[in-house]
Design a protein around this ligand. Structure first.
Ligand code: SAM
Length: 280
């Protein structure tokens, strides 16, 4: 498909200049209070090219003009830069590993409290999957430990949809019929999560780049989010995660992220396949 497009419309090799990117970044910063500085240039240019294509702007100059004139395109671009793809029990083998191995070992130490952060939580699917897992498989531990599941994202709208917890069937594709029947009620053509599970998760609007003020926690899930950041920023984020996790805490990165840089020495590997680590 890309073969028939002008070269600069090829999303794999976008020809957006660094100056164009800087101007678009300034617009997003000043008009939407959204900073692009931490994201990979290649990722940003690819996503902007997709928007240019959707708006039929053949030149970057035309797209810049459109952004100056159209509030709705600024909103759409901002949304396009924060991809909210997620679903319940995404990568089921990870949740199976947590169920059979990681969580039983963790709870054996009888922790008085168990605070979990889901970073870049999108519509809450990951945080609610943890809530469902704990509610179904670890009811006694839920009684014995003070469990708190916190979910954060930079996008306020997606957090609101997380609080509503209404999902299309597609997002439930890895949810067993048993769990779906027990924990979801029909909501038009979609499904809403029951209040008991919703009440286990709180949503917070913040940036993964500013986590210094957070209280220590025992588990961090940071999946499919680091990939959008430059290597330098990834290392910064991993350093704040290391600070956030109490000793003995668990870091879940999932298969598309890697523990890079010096920060590795603060972690033992618990599961190399699912990229689960233990904070020393
Ligand atoms: C692809 S989703 C990942 C959802 C979930 N963690 C998963 O693995 O299914 C990436 C999320 O990161 C969020 N995000 C992007 N930049 C962020 C930032 N600076 N701070 C917090 N969240 C961010 C996006 O809004 C998006 O919801």
């Amino acid at each position: 498909m890309n073969g028939s497009l002008p070269a600069h419309m090829n999303v794999d090799q976008p020809l957006i200049s660094d100056d164009d990117l800087a101007e678009i970044g300034l617009l997003l910063e000043t008009r939407r209070n959204f900073s692009i500085v931490h994201y990979k240039d290649k990722y940003l240019k690819r996503r902007i090219t997709l928007r240019m294509r959707a708006c039929r702007c053949l030149e970057t100059a035309a797209y810049r003009t459109l952004l100056h004139q159209s509030e709705s395109e600024l909103d759409t671009l901002k949304k396009g830069l924060t991809i909210h793809v997620s679903h319940f029990f995404r990568n089921p083998s990870l949740f199976e590993k947590l169920r059979t191995d990681i969580l039983p070992a963790f709870f054996q130490q009888k922790p008085p409290s168990f605070k979990i952060w889901s970073l870049g939580c999108a519509g809450g699917e990951e945080a609610y999957s943890m809530a469902l897992l704990l509610h179904e498989q670890f009811p006694q531990q839920l009684e014995e430990s003070h469990v708190e599941i916190c979910a954060m994202d930079i996008d306020g709208d997606i957090l609101l949809s997380g609080e509503r917890a209404v999902y299309q069937q597609e997002r439930l594709k890895e949810v067993s019929p048993y769990l779906q029947k027990r924990y979801f009620t029909p909501h038009g053509a979609a499904w809403q999560l029951v209040p008991d599970i919703r009440s286990m998760v709180t949503f917070h609007r913040m940036s993964i780049m500013n986590m210094e003020s957070l209280e220590p926690c025992q588990m961090v899930l940071c999946r499919n989010t680091l990939i959008y950041f430059s290597r330098e920023e990834q290392e910064k984020i991993l350093r704040s995660i290391a600070q956030l996790l109490s000793p003995g805490g668990i870091l879940v990165l999932g298969k598309s992220e890697t523990l890079t840089g010096n920060i590795r020495r603060h972690f033992n590997t618990l599961c190399p396949v699912e990229r689960i680590y233990h904070r020393m």
